[in-house]
Design a protein. Structure first.
Length: 116
């Protein structure tokens, strides 16, 4: 809770910030060479694509908030991030475009998920 005191009175307000526990360990680097769908057990991994073929990584709609992965385009084949049915992408770009480019994906919310 924050307060601003003025000559006319006091204004109180609060800012809700979601708690995000980003990966605090070394990422497990895994090679990829074909399209696949991300699942909860992929959390914290870094995917490295070393092929010349373009691949697509599908983001499923049931990933928990805080889920995060990384991507590295280690050769000329691009990595495209696509949303599965029911998942919404809120960021700008959706593909790597140059050799050695890297990127990451973080799930900030999942309105359809029920954890009990």
């Amino acid at each position: 809770m924050f307060e601003i005191v003025t000559t006319l009175g006091t204004i109180s307000y609060s800012i809700d910030k979601p708690t995000m526990n980003y990966a605090t360990q070394l990422g497990n680097i895994e090679s990829i060479s074909a399209a696949f769908t991300l699942h909860e057990f992929d959390n914290g991994k870094v995917f490295r694509h070393e092929g010349n073929n373009n691949i697509t990584v599908i983001v499923s709609n049931d990933l928990p908030p805080g889920f995060n992965v990384g991507f590295i385009q280690n050769s000329t084949g691009t990595i495209t991030i696509a949303s599965a049915s029911g998942a919404n992408k809120r960021a700008g770009g959706s593909a790597t475009s140059a050799q050695y480019q890297s990127g990451s994906l973080v799930v900030f919310a999942n309105t359809d998920r029920c954890d009990g």
